[in-house]
Write a protein that binds this ligand. Structure first.
Ligand SMILES: [Zn+2]
Ligand SMILES: [Zn+2]
Length: 373
């Protein structure tokens, strides 16, 4: 199902208004001024909250890439919710969906399918796209304290804002809280949107995830998104020594104190890119590549040539074949946004087949309709 409704759903107006308010409130700094104390508070809150999301929501709750105590599990969930991105269970459930259906039409986060705005944050305010299936995350709903926290989704954030005001006054609220909350929003959202568009793909995954150094820094290691899509069970997203992954460094330090343990690592064969992509993911990639060649244009060209030369129906398959892009052309396009591995040839062949089937089916379908009329 594609999310065709780009309007803000009535149920989401309250959270959408809050989201817009948070941005506008940043301008209040014109009156409150910017103090050193407030800036330090803002930077500290940025790091704490992005870590709450990346180390907590993402690597612990969505992917279970390490173990920790029930107390620290609650603390890190609370840290994530300080960023006002709804509840921990909702977040993790939606994220698991992102991996399951990555870059398909049902993936609310996909810029490839739904454009930049929707994948960045528009989906959160679309009732259908933002719906999370709590039945699919029994490992998280098993903890009553997490369920309670998830229900009080904005509680930790509001409390954080209040504490900022108490510590550093109005500049503390505006610069320390509002500025950093907006920065945390967009750093996180960029992983949904930009990390599937900009950067380089080292591995062939079933989607268009990329590795980006810049996003790696901004989002404390989450920018190594192609690595992550290739092997999501790892607590470390930066696979190479130079792939800076601050979230992992923090987790590593916490492990020295016994606060977290069993940090999962990517196996050697994964680092080498030795894992074969299953057939259904090769198919999915074939479709993503085929989308780069609009069937409408091919159909139009076939129809023009049929009409011009007054060719008989029997010539149709031959013409379709002639108007389809060649394997080399498809390969050239695919290499621009997917990893150039040996398996890419397989993807290109599937994209070619997919295009041929789509174009033929639509041409035959239209003819049948024309005959019936
Ligand atoms: Zn993930
Ligand atoms: Zn992704």
């Amino acid at each position: 199902m594609a999310y065709s409704n780009y309007e803000i759903s009535p149920k989401s107006y309250k959270s959408f208004t809050g989201f817009i308010f948070m941005h506008i409130a940043c301008f209040a700094a014109i009156w409150t001024g910017v103090t050193t104390e407030a800036v330090i508070l803002g930077i500290a809150l940025y790091v704490i909250r992005v870590f709450g999301i990346t180390g907590g929501f993402h690597r612990l709750f969505a992917h279970r890439t390490y173990k920790t105590s029930r107390v620290f599990q609650f603390i890190i969930a609370f840290m994530g919710q300080m960023s006002m991105q709804r509840g921990v269970i909702w977040w993790a459930a939606k994220h698991r969906e992102h991996h399951r259906d990555s870059d398909t039409p049902v993936d609310a986060h996909s810029p490839v399918q739904h454009g930049f705005w929707f994948s960045h944050c528009g989906w959160v305010f679309n009732e259908e796209a933002a719906k999370a299936d709590y039945d699919r995350v029994p490992d998280l709903t098993a903890y009553p304290e997490l369920v309670w926290l998830d229900k009080n989704k904005y509680g930790p954030g509001i409390l954080t804002g209040l504490i900022c005001w108490l510590i550093a006054g109005w500049p503390g609220l505006v610069v320390g809280f509002f500025w950093s909350t907006v920065a945390v929003y967009h750093a996180t959202f960029c992983i949904n949107s930009l990390a599937h568009v900009f950067g380089r793909a080292r591995y062939l995954t079933g989607d268009e995830s990329k590795n980006s150094f810049l996003l790696g820094i901004i989002a404390l290691g989450e920018g190594w998104h192609n690595n992550h899509h290739y092997y999501m069970a790892s607590a470390r997203n930066g696979f190479m020594w130079w792939e800076i992954d601050i979230t992992y460094y923090i987790l590593k330090v916490l492990s020295w104190f016994g606060i977290v343990w069993d940090l999962k690592q990517p196996p050697e064969r994964i680092l080498k890119g030795d894992r074969q992509l299953p057939a259904h993911l090769l198919d999915r990639l074939g479709m993503l590549v085929a989308q780069r060649f609009p069937a409408d244009e091919i159909i139009a060209r076939v129809k023009t040539r049929m009409g011009e030369a007054q060719l008989p129906e029997a010539k149709l398959p031959e013409l379709v074949k002639a108007e389809l892009p060649s394997l080399d052309e498809i390969n050239a396009r695919a290499s621009k946004f997917l990893a150039r591995t040996d398996e890419l040839k397989e993807v290109v062949a599937r994209a070619h087949n997919h295009l041929a089937e789509t174009v033929s089916a639509r041409l035959n379908g239209q003819e049948r309709i024309a005959e019936a009329a």
